[in-house]
Design a binder for this molecule. Structure first.
Ligand code: CMC
Length: 427
């Protein structure tokens, strides 16, 4: 294969280098295109655009592959812990036992929030969506932790990263406690990252909270499955915000805002709501017909993915985890039956087969989270909690990249060309 791409434009022949990654598609380096030809590229939704160089996460959407620093997601979900995956994403290698213990210790000791933040929560309405609270509180961290906002100092960047990973469970649990009118619970250092989060969410000061190990393991696995996902919308948002030199807390708040949308992190909430609306297996054909109807905006939530066009490897792990949680908690949920049958019917339907639409990670995660006891409004907050490690790892990678520039896309302008101002009396 040639190492250059040739383009003929405006009577000029130009050549651009073709760059090769360690795996995955080559990229055409068109950075000089505008200077040489006066033309921009046009790619709304960035479907053909590599926005940066990254060594964190690799996805092969056709083959259903997801690797973090080279390790397949299935192996990490099966054998690892969220803390270990966080270390891997941040540092590039799996930790030794000593490194892991030290890292867990550091994260554990950053889990408390500045006490004044409790007052900040009281400014929200009780019925505020947890994601609204998360956007606000995480953005506000920059007003509380001034000693870790200098992005040119690697030490401060590391402290800010640890703080964000450590405080996110406390912030999310407090958002939940506030909405149900229960007292906030301080973190407890002898519990695991995930066990601590479960206790801060479901425990009360009046009695001891016992962490169910199966639930703890399942939730930890859900965190692993959501830890990072290449240059998705919220990660790109974090990078774009960070490219201007904004502080890490502000950047992560921007990522949370982007994640909130139903086409991204809001999909697990939307998927469970949809399964409830379907209610009974007999109604599935009606909803499949609606999803296929061009005149109906309804989509099967939890189905389809911009990158995965074969299957979402995270969905496979998720489906297995539902069964484990249901068995341990000794619960059954008709919604799970609806989900299984919907998946089966959709995967046999020509529309979904032709468009390569498969269940994504969000199709089953809502069913599990609901069985554990989380209200649907908390689902996206849990996604934000887990994705924080990916966001901070990607943000750190960007800041350390010598090629990094402020993100400033251009446009295809289709508005009016220059015209003269007309006084209001003459319009
Ligand atoms: N139900 C019915 N039809 C669908 C669906 C769906 N869930 N998803 C895509 N399609 C159709 C769509 O109508 C279009 O048809 P046509 O070519 O005839 O116009 C075709 O498939 C391609 O869709 P698209 O919107 O151009 O694809 P995209 O890559 O821009 O969108 C997506 C990807 C995830 C936004 C979309 O599949 C979707 O809206 N899914 C439901 C929401 C969801 O589950 N999102 C979670 C994504 S995974 C978690 C995360 O990473 O945040």
């Amino acid at each position: 294969m040639s190492d250059t791409a040739k383009l003929q434009i405006a009577g000029k022949d130009v050549e651009y280098p073709v760059l090769k990654g360690s795996t995955g598609p080559d990229v055409v380096d068109i950075r000089k295109l505008y200077a040489q030809t006066g033309a921009f590229t046009y790619d709304p939704g960035f479907t053909s655009t590599a926005s940066c160089e990254s060594g964190l996460t690799f996805i092969d959407g056709d083959e259903g592959v997801l690797l973090h620093r080279g390790y397949p997601i299935g192996q990490l979900a099966e054998n690892s812990s969220f803390m270990e995956v966080s270390y891997l994403l941040l540092n590039g290698e799996l930790p030794t036992q000593d490194e892991l213990t030290k890292f867990e210790n550091t994260i554990t000791r950053h889990t408390m929030l500045h006490e004044q933040l409790a007052t900040f929560y009281r400014g929200f309405r009780r019925d505020a969506h947890p994601m609204a609270v998360m956007c606000g509180v995480v953005g506000a961290l920059s007003a509380f932790y001034h000693d870790s906002t200098d992005i040119t100092d690697p030490q401060q960047r590391m402290i800010a990263s640890h703080r964000l990973i450590a405080k996110m469970p406390t912030i999310a649990a407090m958002a939940y406690k506030y909405s149900v009118g229960q007292p906030f619970l301080y973190p407890k250092n002898d519990l695991s990252y995930t066990g601590n989060f479960l206790r801060m969410t479901f425990g009360v000061p009046a009695e001891e909270y016992e962490v169910n190990p199966v639930v703890e393991k399942a939730l930890d696995r859900i965190f692993i499955l959501h830890a990072d996902h290449e240059q998705n919308a919220s990660t790109s948002t974090v990078r774009l915000a960070g490219s201007s030199g904004a502080n890490p807390f502000a950047c992560i708040a921007a990522g949370i805002a982007c994640l909130w949308g139903p086409a991204h992190g809001g999909a697990n909430e939307a998927a469970l709501n949809m399964l409830h609306e379907i209610g009974r297996p007999e109604r599935i054909p009606e909803f499949i017909a609606r999803a296929k109807d061009k005149n109906d905006p309804f989509r099967l939530m939890g189905f389809g993915h911009r990158v995965y066009k074969n299957y979402d490897p995270r969905a496979t792990v998720m489906q297995k985890t539902v069964r484990e949680v249901f068995a341990s908690l000794n619960v059954s949920d008709p919604v799970f039956e609806v989900a299984l049958q919907l998946e089966e019917m959709a995967l046999k339907d020509d529309y979904f087969v032709e468009k390569k639409l498969f269940p994504n990670v969000d199709f089953y995660s809502g069913v599990i989270l609901s069985a554990i006891g989380f209200p649907t409004t908390m689902f996206t907050a849990l996604f934000a909690l887990a994705r924080t490690v990916g966001w901070v790892a990607q943000w750190n990678e960007m800041i350390s990249d010598p090629e990094q520039k402020i993100g400033r896309p251009r446009q295809l302008y289709t508005g009016p060309t220059q015209r003269d101002y007309v006084p209001v009396s003459q319009r």
